[in-house]
Design a protein around this ligand. Structure first.
Ligand SMILES: Nc1nc2c(ncn2[C@@H]2O[C@H](COP(=O)(O)OP(=O)(O)O)[C@@H](O)[C@H]2O)c(=O)[nH]1
Ligand SMILES: [Mg+2]
Length: 492
């Protein structure tokens, strides 16, 4: 059969015999079910998967960052330098645009600045909390009553907390509080869930905080221990019960009655003084014991932000290389499925092709995965696609598109070819995203991949994309003669 391929890699690059050998060895590695259909194999794997699956997911654990050291900060800077070097190398063999050259020189400047940061003397403190809790009031009082007494250089600012700081930028450590050495997080009584989430996030970013219960004057003295007890209980789940202090930054004014000697009563309104001694003691102690650590931790966070910037540029460049590779394998998968249509979609062939794709993509992302391992990952991915219903869904969607295109003649194997190409594309794009989010790991975590796979799949389910994809595959794979037939049938 004349299969139109831009590059006949099926017989060249991978080689038919290698492909067959792959098919064979994968079949053996999946299960001892020689001769059964791919459907059977997949169903069996699904069963095993269901049995092996953990009963329930453990709640998300908070990563406790070890106490920062100067060495750790230096290591972070070294790792940033490595990423910049990789970026430089990756752009060496392409025509560097002015922008990339500028980016790289800016990154180098940032490394110098970060190295100097290690010895920074001035500290910065940010006061945050939900609107109305008293951050501005506290900031003014700290400036007027505490900072001027302090020999050290300290900058204090206040910022209303925004919940999207923890919901957005899930992985990126970019959050407006990151550049500050210390966070004073203000609440006014019970610690509500979103506030607790905020504190957990700070811990996972390695950012030191003091939790401040402000407006304690609004509680009766005998209510206070109960509130404290409750907050401490919640804090103990993130090992932070020592970080709580209570203050009244601006207590409500009170009516004072004075009994005069002549028996009359004189009433006056008095403004009680702010009560922040608990906080200033804690601050003094913290700055005395941990000032350097605070600076190192901030340097680590800032370095990580710059490293992510560099990594993003590098990922863009790598992606530009990865997409043509994915496309190449797409056409191989389509051609293989078209040339050899079997009643069910030939996932096994896709697995074989994807194994090689994984190896090639891992090389682009410098996370070398060998063919043996690539095969395992490809099998896992095929299982996942099956388990998530992607195979069925995509076949259905593609069938609908083909029908609605009023193509009255569909060559045998067309659906299989398009599905094979489509699933290969999804696998490839998911792997690309997966590799870009990791540094130097030579393995694939299938659970993380699953989330990406689902996301990429739903992104590509858009009708417009699928339609143009169908056309692309048709023009790559359908033999010229058959294509004419399609046109003729339509014209009638
Ligand atoms: N009762 C009481 N009110 C306070 C206390 N601290 C601040 N407030 C009041 O809370 C309101 C909001 O304070 P503000 O500093 O503007 O809150 P922000 O939105 O967090 O900046 C103001 O009316 C303050 O006077 C306190 O300790 N006790
Ligand atoms: Mg304010």
């Amino acid at each position: 059969m004349a299969v139109k391929l831009q590059r006949p890699i099926l017989l060249g690059g991978i080689g038919l015999s290698l492909l067959l050998w792959l098919l064979d060895s994968i079949q053996n590695s999946v299960a001892e079910f020689g001769g059964t259909t791919i459907l059977g194999i997949m169903m069996a794997s699904l069963g095993v998967w269901l049995l092996k699956r953990p009963k329930s997911l453990s709640p998300q654990k908070i990563k406790i960052i070890p106490s920062p050291t100067k060495e750790a900060a230096q290591e972070a800077i070294a790792s940033l330098t490595t990423t910049i070097d990789k970026l430089f190398l990756a752009t060496e063999d392409i025509n560097k645009s002015e922008k990339i050259s500028n980016d790289i020189s800016q990154l180098h400047q940032q490394v110098t600045a970060l190295t100097e940061e290690l010895e920074r003397q001035q500290l910065s403190i940010v006061i945050t909390g939900n609107q109305g809790v008293g951050t501005t009031t506290l900031s003014e009082i700290l400036k007027s009553q505490w900072i001027y007494k302090n020999a050290q250089k300290i900058k204090v600012i206040d910022m209303t907390w925004e919940s999207e700081w923890i919901t957005k930028n899930e992985d990126a450590q970019v959050n407006p509080l990151s550049p500050y050495d210390l966070v004073l997080f203000v609440i006014t009584g019970d610690l509500i869930d979103s506030e607790f989430q905020a504190l957990s996030k700070l811990i996972s970013l390695g950012q030191r905080f003091i939790l401040i219960w402000n407006k304690q004057d609004l509680y009766l003295p005998d209510q206070q221990p109960q509130v404290i007890q409750k907050i401490k209980e919640t804090l103990s789940t993130i090992n932070s019960e020592e970080n709580l202090v209570k203050i009244s930054a601006r207590p409500n004014s009170i009516k004072v009655r004075k009994y005069q000697q002549d028996g009359t009563i004189q009433e006056s309104i008095e403004q009680p003084l702010p009560e922040i001694s608990g906080l200033t003691e804690k601050l003094n102690q913290l700055l005395e014991q941990e000032r350097k650590k605070l600076v190192w931790a901030t340097t680590i966070r800032k370095t990580e932000i710059v490293r992510l910037e560099a990594q993003n540029i590098l990922n863009q460049i790598r992606r530009e290389r990865a997409v043509p590779v994915i496309e190449q394998y797409q056409w191989i998968a389509a051609a293989a499925a078209f040339a050899n249509p079997v009643p069910t979609l030939d996932l096994l062939a896709i697995v074989a092709i994807n194994a090689q794709l994984i190896v090639d993509l891992s090389a682009i992302y410098e996370q070398k995965i060998y063919l043996e391992q690539g095969k395992k990952v490809a099998v896992n991915m095929a299982e996942l696609m099956f388990k998530l219903g992607l195979v069925e869904l995509s076949t259905k969607a593609l069938t609908i598109i083909l029908k609605s295109n009023s193509v009255t003649f569909i060559a045998g194997g067309t659906i299989q070819a398009i599905s094979a190409a489509y699933l290969t594309r999804i696998a490839g794009l998911s792997l690309t995203e997966y590799f870009s989010s990791r540094i130097d790991s030579n393995s694939v975590n299938i659970e993380q991949l699953e989330k990406i796979l689902q996301r990429i799949f739903s992104q590509t389910q858009e009708n417009n994309f699928l339609k143009s994809f169908v056309n692309q595959v048709m023009s790559h794979v359908l033999p010229q003669g058959k294509k004419l037939e399609v046109v003729q049938t339509q014209a009638q």
